[in-house]
Ligand binder design. Structure first.
Ligand code: AMP
Length: 286
């Protein structure tokens, strides 16, 4: 497995793959890899001949400097895990190589403004977050020129925001969604989970349980989205140590809120445990 730090080197690597007729896929991550990320790699492998795992903690998508500072960075371990998955190349650039000017601050530099799917939910809680995500991905898609890129449904809104950008800006790349991977106890895998105390981790299980219960209710006939949302907030907050940021049932593509469930849709739920934001979601099928 090659490890590349410079944009010029990854460009040359991709050119070589393409010259030999290979289809290239990109798996964008911020590192601190876990089984959720690795599932994206195996999906990428199934769709292409060469997989680039991209690891970059993107300063432009952090609106809270403390969150950026605390974000786990485990490059050596990540490289081991990537080797174990037979990744072809890891591209782990320095911030100065991706943002030669502005140091990752969007103001004053040319950047992407995310579309309307970015407006609520994570967009409310983290102003500028999706502009930062779209900008760095645009830079990355231009550097790498991959045929496909894989994104997890764990970050459901991000998947829709990126799909909208690729469509609206006619970026020649196919976006492949990957199912959300959970831990053995149901908690959605996330690089941030390592920051939970043992008690916090136990308490956080109420999030996935509540979503699973909502999906169950919908398959047995419940159609009232508002009622499901209210019940979910009550259930998640019942312990007093988990605070819901949003609990919304939305159209699975447009992310428009729904009041009556008459088609498959997505229940997005983000809550804070011990100051750590945990994102989860589930498909509801009437
Ligand atoms: P991150 O490193 O958190 O920015 O995530 C990088 C990619 O991995 C994104 O496309 C995420 O949606 C995806 N991802 C993270 N956690 C999971 C998970 N538990 N299941 C599926 N995909 C995930």
């Amino acid at each position: 497995m090659e490890v590349v730090r410079k944009s010029e080197e990854i460009k040359a690597w991709v050119r070589k793959q393409k010259a030999s007729g290979k289809k290239v896929s990109l798996v964008p991550t911020m590192g601190a890899l876990h089984a959720g990320h690795l599932s994206l790699v195996s999906i990428a492998k199934a769709h292409s001949d060469a997989v680039i795992l991209y690891i970059f903690v993107n300063p432009a998508q952090f609106n809270d400097p403390k969150d950026l500072e605390k974000y786990p960075r485990t490059l050596e371990r990540d490289l081991e895990l990537a080797r174990g998955e037979n990744v072809d190349v890891v591209f782990a650039p320095e911030a100065a190589d991706i943002y030669p000017e502005g140091g990752g601050k969007l103001s004053g530099t040319c950047h992407v403004r995310a579309g309307n799917r970015s407006e609520n939910f994570e967009g409310d809680g983290r102003p500028g977050h999706f502009d930062g995500v779209c900008t760095v991905l645009n830079i990355m898609f231009n550097i790498v020129e991959a045929d496909t890129a894989v994104f997890g449904e764990k970050d459901y809104q991000q998947l829709q925001v990126v799909s909208q950008m690729v469509k609206d800006l006619q970026i020649p790349i196919e976006i492949i969604p990957a199912p959300l991977v959970r831990d053995h106890d149901g908690l959605a895998l996330s690089s941030r989970n390592v920051r939970l105390s043992p008690e916090g981790r136990k308490e956080s299980l109420v999030i996935s349980r509540t979503l699973a219960a909502a999906a169950e209710k919908v398959s047995s006939g419940e159609r009232d989205a508002r009622k499901l949302e209210q019940n979910a907030i009550q259930a998640v907050e019942s312990t007093g140590r988990v605070k819901v940021e949003y609990a919304s049932i939305v159209d699975a593509d447009s992310l428009e809120p729904l009041s009556h469930i008459d088609k498959p849709c997505q229940f997005l739920l983000t809550a804070t445990v011990e100051g750590i934001r945990l994102l989860d979601n589930i498909r509801l099928k009437p």
